[in-house]
Design a protein around this ligand. Structure first.
Ligand SMILES: [Zn+2]
Ligand SMILES: [Zn+2]
Length: 340
């Protein structure tokens, strides 16, 4: 099998030939058909996750089940699948209430164990979700992470409802889908970005209004106020990995509102307690997603209400994994998909 391996932080991935993987008890091998290239992969390459090297990145994958471990009975070889990248124990305090994304002994594919920048990947049998034979597997791949992440934030953590005003900060590989999902849920969506092209995209994906962040924080905050009215937004989704934008999200949120943090930054941000108290505002983190989020976004996708063409424009072979990471890091694409 072939895999794109990271052997040193900040180094390019190396395409290596490895022995075929043999699945153990409870495991399956998936022949990878598509794997999205995500901001977290760029973060991993820089050493952000402090992964044990060498590691094969890639956590946004789809494929076809190729081989089964000895005691796997509920998965068939040849089934097309979405891969849920969060390995979970199934019985801890969080798993037992269905919050498997927060399993106490969680391991992430492409972070703590080898991921899907490869033509095969080894995963627990409970982490594959059968999809329909007619589903486009590149679309399935991006739905498992780029779309499921904002879906989880909005639906499970934010519990947003139709009619709420939702501001999305950043229109990248996650933010563009936050706009789309919030609009699909019937929210009144305002998108914020520095890029005119991304603001155009946000309008196409369902934003009712857009606000430029190109002219500084004050202009942006005033633009949000104009777009949302005196009470301000009920929800602000922060998808940019920046401590400054974390602070801006808290400044932008309306009275009684909620900030949902999805864009991970390792830098500290500051907030005055009085600002949260005065607005009775809350700040929530949202971590990954659960398998049901993948099933629900797949249903929306199949109904035609959640097109993901804007994420699928750049499909590359595995040998171009480094170029795909560079494109993302430089902001030239929202996402690329590797098709081994
Ligand atoms: Zn990701
Ligand atoms: Zn668990």
């Amino acid at each position: 099998m072939q895999a794109a391996e990271l052997r040193g932080y900040g180094q390019p991935l190396e395409l290596v030939e490895r022995e075929p993987i043999q699945p153990g008890p409870g495991q399956v091998v998936v022949e990878v058909r598509a794997c999205g290239v995500c901001g977290s992969d760029v973060f991993l390459r820089k050493g952000g996750f402090d992964s044990t090297l060498p590691i094969v990145p890639g956590h946004e994958a789809s494929g076809v089940v190729a081989r089964l471990g000895p005691d796997v009975n509920d998965v068939q070889v040849g089934t097309p699948v979405a891969v849920y990248y969060i390995e979970h124990c199934g019985h801890c305090e969080m798993c037992s209430v269905g919050r498997v994304n927060m399993c106490l002994s969680v391991r992430r594919m492409g972070v703590e164990y080898d991921g899907a920048f490869a033509d095969e990947v080894l995963v627990p049998a409970r982490n594959v979700i059968a999809v329909e034979p007619e589903d486009d597997l590149a679309a399935v791949a991006v739905l498992t992470d780029a779309v499921a992440t904002p879906y989880h934030a909005l639906v499970r953590v934010g519990k947003v409802e139709a009619g709420m005003t939702v501001v999305v900060l950043g229109v990248g590989g996650i933010g563009s889908n936050a706009v789309q999902v919030a609009a699909l849920l019937g929210c009144d969506v305002v998108a914020v970005s520095r890029s005119p092209a991304k603001l155009d995209l946000a309008e196409r994906l369902g934003a009712r209004a857009v606000v430029s962040a190109a002219d500084g924080e004050q202009e942006m905050l005033e633009g949000i106020k104009r777009a949302c009215g005196p009470a301000g937004p009920q929800v602000v989704v922060q998808t940019v990995g920046s401590a400054d934008v974390d602070t801006q999200a808290i400044k932008a949120v309306g009275i009684g509102g909620m900030v949902l943090l999805i864009g991970s930054s390792v830098d500290a941000f500051s907030v005055r307690a009085v600002d949260l108290i005065w607005k009775e505002a809350s700040v929530h983190g949202s971590r990954g997603f659960v398998p049901d989020d993948i099933r629900e976004v797949l249903d929306f996708y199949r109904s035609g209400h959640l097109p993901v063409d804007h994420l699928l424009g750049r499909q590359r072979p595995l040998s171009e994994a480094n170029a795909a990471l560079d494109d993302l890091e430089a902001g030239r694409v929202l996402r690329s998909v590797l098709v081994p």
